[in-house]
Write a protein that binds this ligand. Sequence first.
Ligand code: ADP
Ligand code: MG
Length: 535
Amino acid sequence: MKFSELGLSQDILDAITTHGYVEATPIQEKTIPLTLSGRDVIGQAQTGTGKTAAFGLPILEHIDLNNKNIQALIVSPTRELAIQTADELKKLGHDKHVDVQVVFGGSDIRRQIQNLKSHPQILVGTPGRLLDHINRKTVKIDNVKTLVLDEADEMLNMGFLEDIESIIKNTPADRQTLLFSATMPPAIKRIGVKFMTNPEHIQIEAKELTTDLVDQYFVRMRENEKFDTMTRIFDVQAPKLAIVFGRTKRRVEELSRGLEARGYHAAGLHGDLTQQMRSRVLAQFKSHEINILVATDVAARGLDVKDVSHVYNFDIPQDPESYVHRIGRTGRAGAKGVSVTLVAPNEMDYLRAVEDLTKKRMTALEPASLQEARVGKIKNAAGEVDQIVNAVDVKDIQSEVDKLTSKYSSEQLAAALLSSVADLEKQNTPVEITRERPLPRRRGGGGGSRNGGGDRRRGGNGGGGYRGNRDRRGNGESSRNGGGQRRSGRDGGSSAASSERRFGDYKRRDGRSTERHSNGGAPRQRREFTVREKD
Ligand code: ADP
Ligand code: MG
């Protein structure tokens, strides 16, 4: 549908055209008219489908330029997302001359206070810093017409809920409230609805929660083989731009250091880094100076980086929803992507939980051998040789060149060049990754969870949050043979239908049993502890 059919005025439509949007996405088509009419809306649609503009355009439309108050407040879980959202709104509001400001932690509050003196009509911010400003009275939100919780399920989760409640208390009761996210677990929606008036829940009926544009794979291997497995996959798949997800900040640190040690251009992004560092890492990633970004779930929520080709889940996420957001960093705005999830044998139930949520099965991928990885690395190196050859100046080194060319064949020299560029030795750099506490068993089967009682709440890792007892789909899954013991095609058991396919140069094993576990009669699933980080 054309944007012009949605009831937006000309200066907004002009900015949309300048921005390069031609057609409205389904979530934009469905929610923009509703939001324009003043309704409270829960907007749920796949990642990368333009939810920012979906809430942003009606907000911009309603802005009264003669009103000096903050008229719209958008709350985001991370600084990077707040900046990204503010940038998008600035662009879309450019022709209307709307003033958009952004506030977030870890950055000079005095400068922000100075910027706020311009009387922005739209403010984007992270919860902690917003509250700080509200308490200092440098931000007044008692005239806000529209409040948006972007990544709403994250914002209404334990890590942020208290702050969100405090912020909402400072807004007028008759405001318009909008919640946007790709995922909206019922229990979280119930919390959100309390802040809303007669909301309409628009859910874009995608067949699956994740986009078809992303080919989803998993690799099963032992925990202590994960790092080698992942780097070999890198060598074979040669990702242009990849995000690697680790479960904790420590993981992210260790992974990014380990990858650097093995010669990859990688850096970490998580909540314990200074804002300066975070901004630098993200800028390096966007400019492809580094091509592997290692991140925690929260740090990467909602980030819209162009051309992310691969997502690697070094750790399978504890919450299935996190998976949706992780792989949603690729396959954005119509582009294609690949995701690979590493799973230890005792985590297979988590993989199933993800598949149950996304209604899509991941394809089993066989770990690459060292040899395959070497071949991959050499092939990647071949791409760099052109550049090297073009850049080299033979003049000063002619005699050495002559000596070598008379001594060796061109084949020998090319092979030596390739292996030197590929730096195969680095592949063997030993890297230690600290073992994380294994995920608690997802299902009981009698034994219960060995770690379930472990108190990770407010844990050392930056404010763990208990995610409560959410029974997401109301179908408590059961496992007759007690979690972890199940064998199916994918586990390498009965796989008559097993067929080898090629994926790039990478073997994948298809064909798994279609057997699904039975429903009903199962004990209510207990949601476990998740390490959460806060901005
Ligand atoms: P989401 O919040 O749903 O994950 P974003 O709002 O971050 O998605 O948008 C994803 C990308 O799609 C952004 O680069 C955005 O500029 C682009 N985009 C949004 N709306 C449209 C549209 N109607 N046509 C083309 N691209 C769009
Ligand atoms: Mg978004």
